[in-house]
Design a protein around this ligand. Sequence first.
Ligand code: F0G
Length: 447
Amino acid sequence: MRIDGAQAQSNFRCVECGELFEVEYAWSAGAPESKAPVYRPNPLALKHLWQERKSSTLAVDQSGVWRFRELLPIVSEDRVVTLREGDTPLYEMPRVASSLGLNWLLAKHQGMNPTGSFKDTGMTAALSVAVSRGFTWVACASTGNTSAAMAAYAARAGLRSLVLIPEGKIAWGKLSQSMDYGATTVQLKTDFDGCVKVLAEIVKRAPIYLLNSVNPYRLEGQKTPAFEILEQLEWQVPQHLIVPGGNLANSSALGKGLMEMKHLGFIKRVPKISVIQAEGANPLYRWMQNGGQGQLEPVTAETRASAIRIGNPASWKKAAKVIAETGGWVEQVSEREIALAKAEIGAEGIGCEPASAVTLAGLKKLVADGRVGQEETAVLLLTGHTLKDSEYTIQFHRGALLKDEEMAGASAAERAEFARLQRDPLVLEADVDVVLRALEKEAGQPA
Ligand code: F0G
């Protein structure tokens, strides 16, 4: 691969073959054998050290990304910009597991990060690189979460940030975050893919550091949740990891992290990584259905899961490689399936944004096809917090989310599930008896 000197700072593609770069370490999987003596991490010592750091008061240790810094040698410790991201919970989902006939089911909730999405783990890494390289401006095109994360980390570091978002196509919670954290927020009259194109030209003409997920340092940070999952399962490797697919960087990053863990001797095998896309934003699914050969055909994306409304994913080749190497699958799910899955995750007391719920909707298909078995452990990667898109949730519970034609194909069981989960707020007189009567009625309904 060759880097073009003039554009080296924000051009993350090879000028000859056009492929995206990847951060390669002497010890990482696939790196060319080096004759020089290389640092080779000792799994036992590191497992212990990483745990020990959790009780330290140092900022770099309190970060669930930087406590794994032996596997992220990209900046010196004094350049790290952190909001104490990572170290997110791994929840059990007993009710959903039992309704699917699984012994157990787990959810890694990346929405519990400081700005409410998994993007923080990648942003701490790439923003720290921007600081080390002396940039004063950073920028991204976004469906809302990357921009929220970038704006926050840039503010922490005292950098200026430029956000390009598709006008009217991102959730309010996310838009408000980038304003709150002081970014220059620009709504373009186009979609996410159009914003990416405009920004690609801007970073060629202005000294701005590009923080979209084509930036390989983002992926370095985003690989750490894979380490956490293994830690949280006491290094027992789950059979399946199920990830939403948009620009396809996250599946690539988690795959990279797991491959590195295997290569370094922390684990003997890796989970199958499956990617789930919304039906209206399914270019990778289509590519797979067409035999997984040649170039991916971009689509015009349309889904209410606005975070993954992406038709031309930048990291599709990396993701396709991860899926093939781990033996996972690509599934697509409908708007109705996403809505129901999101409500089920909410009813577990966990909650997530619509794009995260595709994981459960996809898992249902993998179980139905016998690709995920009763005894197996599956981990759903929940990427965003439920408060990111509360408008979607409210519309769902008011029965105003889906159109009649979208509900038309629902089975009787599905309709019953919708009715059970929908909780439209009651409007009552401010009278104790009236409220108690309503409560009695509720108590007669299934929980
Ligand atoms: N889930 C959420 C909540 C997201 O915000 C995104 C991507 C994804 C899943 C998909 O991850 O792109 O790595 O495949 N959001 C980006 C953004 C594109 O701009 O916030 P991916």
